[in-house]
Ligand binder design. Sequence first.
Ligand code: ADP
Length: 431
Amino acid sequence: MNQDWRGPIVRRLLILIAGCLLLGLLTGEYAWALVIGLAGYLGWTLRQLFRLQHWLKQRDPEQPPPDGHGLWGDIFDALYQLQRQEMRARGRLQAIIDRALESTSALRDAILLLDSEGNLEWWNPAAERLLGLKDPQDTGHPVSNVVRHPAFKEYFDAGRYQEPLELPSPVNERLQLQYHFTRFGNAEHLLLVRDVTRLHQLEQMRKDFVANVSHELRTPLTVIAGYLETFSENQEQFPPRWHRALDQMNQQAGRMQLLLNDLLLLAKLEATSYPAHNQPVAVDALLRDIVADAQALSGERAHRISLEGDGTRLKGSAEELRSAFSNLVFNAVKYTPAGGEIAVRWWGDEEGAHLSVQDNGIGVESKHLPRLTERFYRVDSSRASSTGGTGLGLAIVKHVLLRHKGQLEIASTPGQGSTFTCHFQPAQLAR
Ligand code: ADP
């Protein structure tokens, strides 16, 4: 309260008391005069209070406060100022909210706010278009009631939202949507849903193109390779200067066939998200075959290849796992000098199942490691032709592992060797 008002209040009270005393002097009834005077003051104060209450009850910010004198006038004015300030602040806030709502309404992407349990709290109009949400029927319901897909529930429950999830829209199968969760505040969720149909179509076109080209090239290449093989077998019928050319053509046709096979396998892996045959696979037996083939591949280079397994069985496709594991073991043979050691180990524990392929070969510099699983990525392209690799081996490994909920870990030191380890989740074990 303003200090300046103390003087006038005290003065007014003193005048009132002096008046009462004067009245007491005239009438001889000091006590009554004081009582009457103070009761009058109390009545006036109460009247101001009632006026204030009446004004506050009106709740009309446009209505000016009642006129008042002295301290009461000051209180009325101060309250009026406060009320106007609050009104202006509320107006500004409302404008911000209106703008935010306007902009989210104009967005083509859907935005949904969910509580910590995944129940729907708020969404923008795009969410109604993309997911078929209805206001207010869906408010408070779990989002997994709206997007009824096992993969969506699994993704939400797992709580690992680094990578977005892609699924068809629940209201229109032709729309491909990308779901991205973000946690905020008190474990609440913000769900962003983007229409990625166009991107999906382009990606599909790319996959189809690669698959079709590989498929179309296979027949002519088989014919060419077949003839070349026959020519090579009957080299004596050709002039000697052709021999080298025939050998090289034969070798390159073989490489092209390997490349096409790998491309077709990758296309097949990309076409579906789960292995067609989700059967228990006896990995030990599979690895024994692979190690025997690797020994044959090693031939005169005589690598010492050891195999350890504990009988753990894995759910998945034996055919796909064979491709992935053989790529790792054959790579170890290809990138380890003659006489080197290769250890293949397969074991299960409480963290899942693991396959490690360790060699003491040439190794890879750490700067290449993050990119090794990219298609056609090679550490040393000049070396690729001598090893006969397609550059697709580790890409195949990565895809097969993705489909089996596994991860590839690569550790390598140049000149000392590499260890490629596949980790599978406990849920993938066949008990
Ligand atoms: P490639 O057909 O060329 O072997 P991959 O995709 O199988 O293609 O491997 C990619 C690259 O990773 C290879 O070119 C090679 O440089 C490197 N690489 C893979 N395995 C090993 C290994 N065991 N030791 C050293 N380098 C390796």
